[in-house]
Design a protein around this ligand. Structure first.
Ligand SMILES: [Zn+2]
Length: 396
């Protein structure tokens, strides 16, 4: 058989082909290239090595023409004359102690990653289901370990999500430029995230961080990312607006509480209302005239918040409008309005940045959806580390 064919067949460099044999399946015999044989003892670095005789290393390899194959590497066992320890040379593509080559393991990992279930793979390849799981675990662990050395992304989205039906909070770090999950960490408080953020590399690379209006996150960013501009997330800003205005509406018209149709109509922008909803709103404003100005102000504010790609000059104008609105809101003595005015004035700068930039946490929210599916598919995770590995494997 020509060496070219053998090289193509095994897909590994560093071996010379020998004659193949067929006995209980295909056996591909290869020899480690003499140039790759060890020159020094791995334990004491001594160069006086003796050969202990020939040695065959057999590992499961990729299927060849739909036939399972075994790779038989012919090599030698060595003995160090200084420390009298014996050892095997390092074999390219085969890790010590493994019963299959790295290419075979990678093919199993890829199949499982693409959604073929462990049972089907195990049945087809005549290996155990536990082996498939173990291989998957090893590859995801490797992927997650590479993450520690990763540089921080330039555009970072930080948001929280829940594990265990909302009993446990986690923080997502999302690379908004490359649309990837950078990492997930348990907890959302400063104390819980401090250690992780201290370990990150090249934190001064981060230019923009997008967050919801959460003060612990803001303090963490100011502490750890010195060059980052904090940008408020549009979706969360609008949600807070809606929430507080509707709280006020509920205070003024207690019957609203039980009528979700009215609430939905109030939440919707005037230009997007259906004719039925318009009718509903008119009815509502007739019985509670006080709600009409609230509705108007809420949507004026929402429109201000929705502007993007603004120039510096336009931003200044928007800020003026917003300050006027905050003044009006603060004049109202009701609790929800006081809270809203306080929140908005605390977050003026990130909101102004939000008008300048287009980055938002929409990508992060999309990944949260995917993470919920990962949780469901696994019927929940007891061990946070396993959950993190899955998320990095599938979203990272
Ligand atoms: Zn030695």
């Amino acid at each position: 058989m020509s060496p070219m064919f053998n090289h193509l067949k095994i897909g590994l460099k560093g071996y010379d082909p020998l004659q193949d044999s067929y006995h209980n399946g295909l056996h591909i015999h290869v020899e480690l290239k003499p140039a790759l044989e060890p020159k020094r003892c791995p334990y004491c670095q001594c160069s006086r090595l003796l050969s202990k005789g020939r040695y065959q290393r057999k590992v499961r390899h990729l299927d060849c023409f739909r036939e399972p194959s075994t790779l038989v590497v012919h090599t030698r066992r060595f003995l160090c004359s200084a420390c009298s320890r014996s050892f095997l040379p390092e074999l390219p593509g085969i890790r010590p102690g493994r019963q299959s080559s790295e290419l075979f393991r990678q093919s199993i990992y890829e199949l499982h990653h693409q959604g073929v279930c462990a049972r089907t793979i195990a049945h087809k390849q005549a290996i155990g289901e536990a082996t498939v799981e173990r291989i998957y675990q090893q590859f995801t662990c490797r992927k997650a370990a590479e993450r520690i050395d990763l540089k921080c992304p330039q555009y970072l989205g930080i948001d929280e999500h829940t594990l265990h039906k909302g009993q446990r909070f986690c923080t997502t770090f999302c690379d908004l430029k490359n649309h990837r999950i950078f990492d997930v960490q348990p907890g959302r408080s400063e104390a819980e995230l401090h250690d992780f953020l201290c370990k990150l590399k090249e934190k001064d690379r981060v230019r923009v961080v997008c967050i919801d209006l959460s003060s612990p996150y803001r303090r963490l960013i100011q502490m750890h990312f010195p060059n980052a501009q904090i940008v408020a997330d549009r979706f969360h800003v609008v949600r807070i607006l809606n929430y507080h205005f509707l709280q006020l509406a509920r205070l003024l018209a207690p019957t609203l509480k039980s009528n979700r149709g009215y609430l939905a109509a109030m939440r919707k922008a005037p230009e997007r209302l259906s004719s039925k909803q318009k009718q509903r709103l008119d009815e509502l404003f007739e019985t509670h005239p006080v709600l009409q100005p609230i509705y108007q102000q809420m949507h004026q504010l929402r429109e201000i918040m929705n502007s993007k790609h603004q120039t510096k000059k336009q931003c200044r104008q928007r800020l003026k409008d917003l300050l006027q609105h905050i003044k009006n809101i603060a004049a109202c003595q009701a609790q929800p309005m006081q809270t809203l005015a306080r929140t908005l004035s605390n977050w003026l700068e990130p909101i102004a940045c939000m008008w300048r930039f287009t980055r938002n946490n929409g990508i992060t929210e999309g990944f949260h959806r995917k993470m919920k599916l990962i949780q469901r598919r696994a019927y929940g995770f007891k061990n946070f580390n396993n959950y993190r590995l899955r998320v990095i494997a599938q979203c990272g």
